[in-house]
Design a protein around this ligand. Structure first.
Ligand code: FES
Ligand code: FES
Length: 170
């Protein structure tokens, strides 16, 4: 096999939308989504923790679903909409309601888990809103069980999530 053919097999063109922008990029089949996001697109808010699918620090939204980007191949993002923590900010609203709630409830300490936590909460809130349900604290805990936090003890995080539903009930 010629070198040219080898290179063609290694890289694959994918088209995706990330934080509202359409992109076409060439990725190796083995490239992980977290590495595309952090190393090639330079979106450093998505954190590398365990890199084994255990901690949730790398969570992003893929078509609205919370996904561990360390366990997701970039080629599988073809045709999908990706949102990272940076995508929650706008010029007018630098902090999303989820981020505001986490800050307001003292649910951010070292902050390492916070981007992934925020993305999981974002997906969960959208899911609850779509079903028009207000979750119990048990359901909230279940929703964030894939996101490990070494600092907060989770109580403040759960309170922050509960506040999102109190506000939406007003
Ligand atoms: S870094 Fe992906 S789950 Fe821990
Ligand atoms: S705030 Fe430090 S790990 Fe969660």
């Amino acid at each position: 096999m010629s070198k040219k053919n080898t290179i063609m097999m290694e890289a694959q063109e994918i088209a995706l939308r990330i934080n509202g922008k359409d992109l076409v990029v060439n990725v190796k089949p083995s490239l992980l989504l977290i590495d595309l996001i952090r190393d090639e697109l330079l979106l450093k808010g998505t954190k590398p923790g365990c890199l084994e699918g255990e901690c949730g620090a790398c969570t992003v939204l893929v078509d609205g679903n919370a996904v561990n980007s360390c366990m997701f191949l970039a080629v599988n993002a073809h045709g999908k909409e990706i949102v990272t923590i940076e995508g929650l900010s706008t010029v007018d609203e630098p902090l999303d309601p989820v981020q505001k709630a986490l800050v307001a409830h003292g649910a951010v300490q070292c902050g390492f888990c916070s981007p992934g936590m925020a993305m999981s909460i974002k997906a969960f809130k959208a899911e609850c809103d779509a079903m028009n349900t207000v979750p119990t604290s048990g359901e909230i805990k279940k929703a964030i069980e894939g996101n490990l936090c070494r600092c907060t003890g989770y109580v403040k995080i759960v309170e922050a999530v509960e506040s999102l539903f109190e506000e939406s009930e007003e």
